[in-house]
Design a protein around this ligand. Structure first.
Ligand code: GTP
Ligand code: MG
Length: 462
């Protein structure tokens, strides 16, 4: 890990809209800070403003913009209209004293708050401005001119992280599709005179392509992706008769840590957002009879760009086809409820809301005994655990096995002596309850999923 001074300094910019509480706003900015940190920047300052809406031209009002420009060493000059007088109602709302009524909001077009909201000036000059809202090309351009710094928006940051973390061919293609979709409309509106339009790493090569080339590239990518996905579908089809459980949840909740602990696999665990972009499937360990497959999946985040959700759909199809979804929640995060709601809504969006599920409150080692108790009171059906505790993971394994027990049935199978070489298939897909030998072969009593019984019966005959 490099020392913090080697990270390029960045300043965060957020607008607190009416209806967003102080706590929610602070959590939003904290999350943006973690995204920016994951991308390799150090957050040295935050500029935040209460506004009725994000300013069409420059996101912030002129006064706040100048404050931002002072931090970054920019001119603060932007082509906006002259600021108008601030209403008394707005002054009170901005001071946090009351809700802003619609009439009061309409009273004036632009406001100009002066107070610094307790901001400590950074000792280094931020070279990057990261805005917690999606920016239009003209907002981006105005902000770059006023601040003299590189400007990124939240979507751009997420797309960049995905770009850096994509490993498999499929994930790389999905991310490239999302990036091109993100860049294309921005390129359309700009006349091409601006450099670094989308900031570091998020579009340098794409900027050289014209729109037609982007379209061609998108078509090529979609075709390539379709071929890969067909392959995957076949593999999933082959696994349809197996017991499958998928770990889903907010980014950084601990899905990969649980995957490691449950399967002994070496999947990447990192205190980063979106460390995992590919689905990994491994058998639950110690192996069960029949064996149970566990999938680790891409994490969710609030305000996930729609294109990214769409491009990761196939990754999430893995979750759709699981018989059991384990919703992993970071119970030590004060915003876990909002995070769980994001997870639920994305899964609803892909049609997975009817898959049976269990709630896992992870990182319980960071909770006080009272907090644990309160969670269980609130969600008696949930499992409270720590991915770092072998006992907790062993108990989870039993719970998962119990869940599948209910969906299995029993059957008899006779394996002719000539086919004894394939006996391993039976042990992998079923639990053998008893066996006898007679003149026809090995007579087995098995317990397995109905689909697995059908397949084995087909393979070996009655
Ligand atoms: N204290 C504590 N830390 C945990 C626990 N589970 C995971 N972590 C930490 O949380 C961070 C994120 O863990 P991951 O397993 O990578 O989380 P993830 O859900 O796979 O995250 P993404 O792949 O980025 O979506 C890592 O630093 C883990 O060490 C736990 O039970 N207790
Ligand atoms: Mg992960």
């Amino acid at each position: 890990m490099p020392s913090s001074s080697s990270f390029p300094p960045a300043v965060l910019v957020g607008v607190q809209l009416p209806g967003v509480s102080d706590i929610e706003h602070a959590a939003d900015l904290a999350e943006l800070g973690r995204l920016v940190h994951t991308l390799g920047y150090e957050v040295v300052a935050t500029v935040s403003q209460r506004r009725e809406s994000v300013a069409a031209g420059t996101v912030l009002g002129t006064g706040k913009l100048q404050e931002l420009a002072r931090l970054t060493g920019g001119s603060g000059n932007v082509p906006t209209g002259a600021p108008s007088r601030k209403s008394k109602a707005r002054e009170r709302w901005e001071a946090g004293e009351e809700e802003l009524s619609e009439e009061a909001a309409e009273e004036e077009a632009e406001e100009e708050p002066e107070e610094g909201e307790g901001m400590v000036p950074p000792t280094v000059t931020p070279r990057v401005v990261v805005v917690d809202h999606e920016l239009s090309p003209s907002q981006l351009s105005n902000l770059e001119r006023a601040t003299g710094a590189q400007v990124l928006d939240r979507t751009g940051v997420i797309v960049d992280i995905f770009h850096r973390h994509a490993r498999s061919r499929e994930a790389r293609m999905q991310v490239e599709i999302a990036r091109l979709n993100y860049l294309a409309p921005r390129m359309r509106e700009s006349t091409g005179s601006r450099e670094r339009q989308q900031g570091r790493g998020s579009g340098d090569s794409a900027m050289e392509l014209d729109r037609r080339k982007i379209r061609d590239r998108l078509a090529e990518l979609r075709e390539g992706l379709a071929a890969i996905q067909q392959d995957q579908e076949q593999r999933r089809y082959a696994r349809r008769d197996q017991l499958r459980v998928a770990l889903v949840g907010y980014t950084n909740a601990g899905k990969s840590s649980l995957m490691r602990a449950m399967t002994g696999s070496e999947v990447l665990v990192a205190d980063q957002l979106f460390a995992t972009l590919d689905t990994t499937v491994r058998a639950l360990q110690p192996e069960t009879r029949p064996r149970i497959l566990v999938s680790d999946t891409v994490g969710f985040i609030q305000k996930l760009p729609h294109d990214l959700v769409a491009s990761f759909r196939s990754t999430l199809d893995e979750a759709l086809e699981a018989s059991l979804l384990l919703y992993v929640v970071d119970a030590s995060d004060p915003t876990w409820e909002a995070q769980l709601e994001v997870t639920r809504s994305v899964l609803r969006e892909i049609g997975a809301e009817n898959v049976p599920s269990r709630l896992l409150f992870n990182k319980a080692d960071r909770l006080s005994p009272e907090a644990r108790e309160a969670l269980l009171q609130q969600h008696p059906e949930a499992i409270v655990l720590s991915a770092h505790s072998p006992e907790d993971v062993a108990a989870l394994r039993l719970k998962v096995m119990e869940f599948f027990e209910g969906s299995m049935t029993e059957a008899e199978l006779v394996i002719p002596y000539a086919r004894q070489g394939r006996i391993g298939e039976v042990y992998e897909n079923a639990r053998v309850l008893s066996e006898e030998f007679d003149e026809h072969g090995r007579k087995l009593k098995i317990r397995a999923l109905p689909a697995a019984i059908a397949k084995l019966t087909h393979a070996f005959g009655k």
